[in-house]
Design a binder for this molecule. Structure first.
Ligand code: ADP
Ligand code: MG
Length: 702
C-alpha cells in the first residue's frame, strides 16, 4: 500500500509545524508522524451554537458562551500582578472577564458598548464567578470565524502552549493535516463487521472526530474509533491465546499422588467449599489436557485461593515437576511461605523462600536445589523470574495478588522450561469485568464465589476523629469479650517518615488508653527488622497481645481468626481496594467482626465516596467497580500495564458495551480464521501487524 507513506510522513513536514514544534510534539505527546497526529483525538467538544445567559453560569458546565456588551474595563494592580478586568453585561446580569496577559492587545481590540461573543471556563473566586482569559469576538466577526458548530478541545501541555500549540493551535494544524491525508486513509475492518454493527467507514470517522459535522456523526465517529481500538486489543489477546494453544505444548499432570493425598487426608483442617472444589476441578482439567494452562483465579479476600493453589502445586510435585508461587511483596511472600510450610507440616515436602533479602548462602542452596530437582516447591517475589533462577523442571507457576504482573511479565515465565509451565494468576481484589477482559483477555477464568462457611459479613462503620473516645470504649468491650484488634495507620511511600511518626504517636496514645498490665499491645511497621516484626506478629497470633498497632504491612496474608475489629486511622488516605483488603483481615472467625473507619472531619468528595462505598457494601466486585470509577483504569492496574492500556479513545468504564461487542466480534473472526489468512481478513491482519510492531516482546511469542 503506497498510501501508507503519506501517513508516515514525519510531523515536521506538516504545514504550520516546522522543526521546533515538531520537536515538542515528539517529546510532549509522542507524535512523530502524520498518522500519529491524526490519532491525537479531542477529549471534549463544545457546542458553539449554544448561548448561555450570565445568570446561568455555574460550576456544572465547563464552558460557557455568552453574548453581551462590555460596560466597563479597567486595569487592576501593578507590575507582574497587573490584570485587566472587563465587565460583560447581558439582560440577566454582569460577569467579570479577567486577563493577566496580553492586556494591551485586548484593550486595543475591545471597544465599549459593542456586542461580543465571549467563550470560556468560569472560575469561582471570592463568592462569585469570573471568566479568566476568555475568547472574545465581535458578534459580527464571530459568525464568520466560528465555522464549526462543535469545537474540539485537545489536551496540551505548558511547553506546547508556549509555542502556540494550545487546543486552538492544535486544531489549526489539524486543519492543515486532514485535507492532506483524507484520501489516503484505508479501511481496517471488513465490510461484514462494518455492516453488522453499522459502523462509520474509517475515513469518515477520522475526519469527523476532528471536524464533526454534527453531534450525530460525531457520536458515530467516536463509536467507530472506540470499537476499532478495542477490537484490535482483543484480537491481539485472543490471537496470543490461539498461538499458545497451538504451538505450546503443556506438561501433562496425569496422576494424583502421595503429596496431594497426604495433604488432603492428613493435614487439611476443614472441608473444601463447593466453589473451591469446582475450581480445583477446572484447573485439574487444564493440567491434564496437554495444553499449557493460563488461568485467572478470581475470588474475594478470604475466599481460600491459597489453598486451591497449594493443592495444584502438590499435584505438580506428584507428577515430578517443580512448582512456585510468586507474590508482589516480600512480606506477602514470607507470609505465604509461613502458612504453606505450616500446612505441609510433617509431610516431608521440601519448600523454600526466595526474596530480594535472601542471604547469599541460602540463595546458593536454592539455586543448586532447583537445578538438581531436590527442591520441589519455592515461594518468593519477583526474584523468582530473574534469569539466574533456573529450574530443573518447572511445571506450575502461581502468581498471587495480580495487578502487578502483566502479559509481558507472564511471558517471561515461559522461558523457565523447554515446555513453559502452567500459569495460575490469582486476584485477591476482584477486577471489574471490563478490566479483566482487557488485561487478562488471553486467560481463562475461574471464580471462587463462595466464602468458607460460618463467615459473617463484617460490619463497617465510619467515625470522625472527634469521636475517638467512643471507638476506644467499643474496643475495651471487645477485648473484654476476648477478641483482638487491629489498629492500622496508613503508610504512603512518599511521606514514610511522617507516617511513621503518626504511627508512633498513635501507639503512645493507645498505650495510655490501654495500659499494662491490663492490656498488651504489639506494634509492627516496615522499619522493624524481620526478626522483630516476626516476634511481634507471633505474639499477636498466639493471643498474647490484645491490640496490633501496625502500618499497612498487615494488609495481606495475616490470618488471626480471633481478631474481630479492624480500626483504620486516616481511612480517607487509603484506596478502596486497600481498605477492602484490610477489612478482609477480620471476619475470619465465628464472631461478628467490625471495621471502623476513622477519618478527619473534612473529606474530599473522592474520600467521602470511598468511605460511603465501604460502609455500604462488602461485595468485592462492587468495590472494584467503584474503585475503577474513582481512579481510572491506568492507576488501578499499575503503570507496568500501561503498554497495553494505552487507549487513545476508548474508556474502559464508559465503553463497556462496545468492549463487549469488540470481544465478541474478535472471537467470531478468529473462530472462522484463526490466523487471519483469508483474503477477506487481510486488512485486519495488516492493521494488527502495524499496531503491534512495537509490542513484539509479548505479542509475538510463539
Ligand atoms: P485468599 O487468599 O483467597 O484471600 P486464603 O487462602 O488466605 O484466602 O484463605 C483465608 C482463610 O480461610 C485461611 O485462614 C484459610 O485457611 C481459610 N480457609 C480456606 N478454605 C477454607 C475452607 N474451605 N473452610 C474453612 N476455612 C478455609
Ligand atoms: Mg491471599
Amino acid at each position: 500500500m503506497k498510501t501508507v507513506n503519506i501517513l508516515e510522513t514525519p510531523i515536521e513536514y506538516l504545514k504550520g509545524v516546522g522543526p521546533v514544534r515538531a520537536d515538542l510534539l515528539k517529546k510532549e505527546l509522542k507524535i512523530f508522524t502524520f498518522n500519529e497526529l491524526l490519532h491525537y483525538f479531542p477529549f471534549r467538544y463544545v457546542d458553539r451554537s449554544k448561548f448561555h445567559k450570565v445568570s446561568e453560569v455555574n460550576s456544572d458546565t465547563v464552558y460557557f458562551q455568552i453574548k453581551g456588551k462590555i460596560i466597563d474595563m479597567h486595569k487592576v494592580g501593578q507590575g507582574r500582578s497587573q490584570r485587566l478586568v472587563a465587565t460583560l453585561w447581558d439582560e440577566t446580569g454582569n460577569i467579570e472577564l479577567v486577563w493577566f496577559k496580553g492586556i494591551r492587545w485586548i484593550i486595543d481590540k475591545i471597544s465599549p458598548h459593542k456586542e461580543y461573543i465571549v467563550f470560556g471556563k468560569p472560575n469561582y473566586y471570592k463568592g462569585r464567578y469570573n471568566i479568566p482569559h476568555p475568547e472574545i469576538e465581535e458578534t459580527g466577526a464571530a459568525k464568520v470565524n466560528l465555522g464549526e458548530r462543535l469545537q474540539p478541545f485537545y489536551y496540551s501541555t505548558e511547553k506546547l502552549k508556549s509555542k502556540g500549540l494550545d487546543s486552538k493551535g492544535i486544531q489549526k494544524i489539524m486543519k492543515n493535516l486532514v485535507p492532506v491525508v483524507k484520501d489516503h486513509l484505508y479501511e481496517t475492518l471488513t465490510p461484514e463487521i462494518i455492516d453488522n454493527l453499522k459502523l462509520l467507514p474509517r475515513n469518515d470517522a477520522l475526519v469527523n472526530i476532528h471536524f464533526p459535522q454534527n453531534q450525530q456523526i460525531l457520536n458515530r465517529a467516536r463509536a467507530r474509533l472506540i470499537f476499532e481500538e478495542l477490537f484490535f486489543v482483543q484480537l491481539t489477546l485472543l490471537e496470543l491465546k490461539i498461538i499458545r494453544a497451538e504451538k505450546i505444548k503443556g506438561h501433562v499432570f496425569s496422576v494424583v499422588g502421595r503429596c496431594f493425598n497426604d495433604f488432603y487426608h492428613k493435614n487439611l483442617p476443614f472441608e473444601l467449599t463447593g466453589a473451591q472444589k469446582r475450581v480445583i476441578k477446572e484447573i485439574r482439567a487444564d493440567l491434564g489436557s496437554g495444553k499449557q494452562m493460563n488461568r485467572l483465579l478470581q475470588g474475594d479476600v478470604g475466599s481460600g485461593k491459597t489453598l486451591v493453589a497449594l493443592m495444584n502445586m502438590l499435584i505438580a510435585v506428584d507428577n515430578g515437576y517443580q512448582a512456585c508461587m510468586m507474590a508482589p511483596t516480600e512480606i506477602l511472600a514470607t507470609q505465604h511461605y509461613n502458612s504453606i510450610s505450616k500446612m505441609l507440616k510433617g509431610l516431608d515436602i521440601n519448600i523454600r523462600l526466595l526474596t530480594g533479602s535472601t542471604k547469599a548462602a541460602e540463595r546458593k542452596i536454592i539455586h543448586h536445589e532447583l537445578q538438581n530437582g531436590q527442591l520441589p516447591l519455592l515461594v518468593g517475589t519477583h526474584a523468582l523470574i530473574e534469569d539466574t533462577v533456573q529450574f530443573k523442571n518447572l511445571g506450575l507457576v502461581v502468581i498471587d495478588e495480580q495487578h502487578r504482573f502483566g502479559v509481558a511479565q507472564r511471558a517471561k515465565l515461559w522461558k523457565k522450561n523447554v515446555i513453559p509451565p502452567h500459569v495460575l494468576v490469582m486476584t485477591a481484589t476482584p477486577i471489574p469485568r471490563t478490566l479483566a477482559m482487557t488485561f487478562y483477555g488471553d486467560l481463562d477464568v475461574s471464580v471462587i464465589d463462595e466464602m468458607p462457611p460460618g463467615r459473617k459479613p463484617v460490619k463497617t462503620v465510619h467515625f470522625y476523629d472527634k469521636d475517638r473516645l467512643k471507638v476506644f470504649g467499643f474496643m475495651r468491650k471487645q477485648i473484654k469479650e476476648g477478641r483482638q484488634i487491629y489498629f492500622v495507620y496508613p503508610l504512603i511511600k512518599e511521606s514514610e517518615k511522617l507516617d511513621l511518626k503518626d504511627l508512633m504517636d498513635g501507639y503512645e496514645s493507645i498505650s495510655r488508653e490501654f495500659p499494662l498490665p491490663h492490656y498488651a499491645i504489639s506494634i509492627v511497621h516496615g522499619k522493624l527488622s524481620s526478626k522483630d516484626k516476626d516476634y511481634e506478629m507471633q505474639r499477636f497470633v498466639k493471643g498474647e497481645t490484645d491490640i496490633m498497632v501496625a502500618t499497612t504491612v498487615i494488609e495481606v496474608g495475616v490470618d488471626v481468626p480471633n481478631a474481630s475489629v479492624m480500626v483504620i486511622e486516616n481511612a480517607e488516605r487509603f484506596g478502596l481496594s486497600q481498605l477492602h483488603q484490610l477489612r478482609g483481615r477480620v471476619g475470619r472467625g465465628a464472631d461478628q467482626s467490625y471495621c471502623i473507619l476513622m477519618t478527619k472531619d473534612k473529606l474530599t468528595p473522592d474520600g467521602w465516596q470511598r468511605i460511603k462505598t465501604m460502609v455500604s457494601t462488602t461485595d468485592g466486585f462492587k468495590i472494584a467497580e467503584a474503585d475503577l470509577r474513582l481512579r481510572g483504569p491506568g492507576d488501578l492496574m499499575g503503570t507496568q500495564q500501561s503498554g497495553i492500556i494505552d487507549l487513545k479513545i476508548a474508556d474502559l468504564i464508559k465503553d463497556e458495551k462496545i468492549l463487549q461487542y469488540a470481544r465478541t466480534t474478535a472471537i467470531k473472526v478468529l473462530k472462522n480464521d484463526p490466523h487471519l489468512k483469508s483474503k477477506e481478513n487481510e486488512i485486519i491482519r495488516k492493521q494488527l501487524a502495524y499496531l503491534n510492531k512495537n509490542r513484539t516482546d509479548w505479542s509475538r511469542i510463539s
